[in-house]
Design a protein around this ligand. Structure first.
Ligand code: GLY
Ligand code: MN
Length: 441
């Protein structure tokens, strides 16, 4: 990572935001917006502990600062003002910033209390963006000016296509996560570590504390991979010789930007290991193909539907079903094996919201990307095939039960499921840059 390049691209990124915000404010009828970084939330009402801050994404779009009770004042055309709360607490101290090149891009005012911050904020025709409505009210904002719908939607959409600076950050987040994936894959292959041990190894190698990861690591051995977000790590080593599988879905952050990567590994000998290994290879094969199918102007939802056809092909080739691809898709069988969406927009939020402003079709309820693919979008491509008892029970009771090899499903089910996930940037008419495969096979 070349910090000079980062600083140069960041300057262009801020200039881009300045002009886009000026347009958005004019369109929404405001002169300025105050973006609140966020407030600490109590873990419970019954004690005095707080969750770590997840800064407001609109705030981090401008700067890689994740401290509570800061305000960024953006007024069309002017240098933005950062009102930075430094409360002098002797209980806790903010983390040191990894970079400081961004400081020069703001007029910075330090304050000791939110009340002092209020004096630094503009008056009329100003919107407030942030979660803390009590803070907004305390600063004198009327309810109607807090996250006003038109402005909020424009700002969410603005985060969908990334600048060169953001892509550099996302690439770095992928590079950092790849180190963890490599180390965990090696530990899985050569040892007998528990899920918790693999999770801790991932944190150590990627240099992250648990709350700093973009989302809670998913570390699933064997049938636990059938729980899509398996985050209650087993404490025991699997111990058993024979076939074993690991699904690792884990990322890293850099300057607030996330990576989101999944790999599935298999070890051991025997028919089950070999059949599951073939299934992993098959999902990996069509996952790579889907990445190359990305084309500007096409619907992401069409790619999701193609993924369902590919799941149908894989299930048939594996001998799980005798149904044709059309029958498996139309009969809802592929949905039982692949219940989630093909992917989501990625940026400052692991599930960036700007690509999910339109509802998907009824048959794709969990799809989080319903956009027409456009230059500069960054999203994940993450198909999977799982053996989830509750969903398979529906197939067993349905008209296609006789077309499934339930003995094979039972054997493969001991290894839970497969997911393969990469982060891609749309770089040309029918071209992506795969940020993940720059660092991982
Ligand atoms: N990596 C978790 C998810 O995309 O839901
Ligand atoms: Mn994901």
């Amino acid at each position: 990572m070349n910090l000079e390049d980062l600083a140069r691209l960041y300057a262009a990124h801020v200039a881009h935001l300045q002009s886009k915000y000026a347009e958005a404010l004019t369109a929404a009828g405001y002169d300025a917006v105050v973006i609140h970084s966020g407030s600490l939330k109590k873990r419970t009402e019954f004690d005095d502990q707080y969750w770590p801050l997840r800064a407001t994404p609109h705030f981090q779009h401008w700067l890689p600062l994740d401290e509570p009770e800061c305000a960024l004042v953006v007024a069309g055309g002017k240098k933005a003002k950062l009102v930075w709360l430094r409360d002098g607490s002797f209980w806790e101290k903010p983390a040191a910033q990894e970079t400081d090149h961004w400081l020069a891009r703001f007029d910075i005012v330090h304050v000791k209390t939110p009340e002092e911050a209020k004096a630094q904020l503009p008056g009329k025709r100003t919107a407030f963006v942030g979660e803390d409505r009590a803070r907004a009210a305390g600063w004198g904002f009327a309810e109607a000016d807090v996250n006003p719908a038109g402005l909020a939607q424009t700002l969410d959409q603005l985060r969908v296509t990334k600048t060169a600076y953001e892509i550099m950050c996302l690439a770095e987040a992928n590079r950092r996560a790849a180190r963890g994936h490599d180390a965990v894959a090696q530990a899985f292959r050569s040892g007998d570590a528990s899920e918790l041990e693999l999770h801790l190894l991932y944190l150590r190698v990627t240099g992250q504390d648990d709350p700093e990861t973009p989302y809670k690591n998913i570390v699933a051995l064997g049938e636990n991979a059938a729980t899509l977000h398996h985050i209650k790590y087993g404490r025991k080593s699997p111990g058993a010789p024979g076939a074993q599988a690991l699904l690792l879905d884990a990322g890293a952050t850099f300057q607030g930007y996330c990576s989101d990567i999944t790999r599935t590994f298999v070890k051991g000998a025997g028919a089950a290991a070999s059949a599951f290994g073939s299934l992993v290879a098959s999902v990996e094969h069509f996952q790579k193909k889907l990445c190359t199918d990305v084309a500007i102007g096409n619907e992401y939802q069409a790619l999701h539907e193609e993924a369902h056809r590919q799941v149908g092909v894989s299930l048939r080739e594996a001998g799980v079903t005798t149904l044709s691809v059309d029958e498996a898709v139309a009969g809802g069988v592929t949905r039982a094996f692949f219940p989630h969406g093909l992917g989501h927009s990625l940026g400052l939020q692991c599930h960036d919201v700007g690509c999910a402003l339109v509802k998907p079709k009824a048959e794709n309820p969990f799809l989080r990307n319903t956009t027409t693919i456009a230059l500069g979008q960054v999203f994940t491509i993450e198909p999977g095939i799982y053996f989830i008892d509750a969903l398979l029970a529906g197939v067993k009771e349905g008209p296609h039960a006789g077309a499934i090899d339930w003995t094979l499903v039972g054997e493969l089910g001991k290894m839970g499921g497969v997911r393969i996930e990469d982060d891609v940037v749309v770089t040309g008419p029918a071209e992506v840059r795969n940020l993940t495969r720059e660092f991982l096979p």
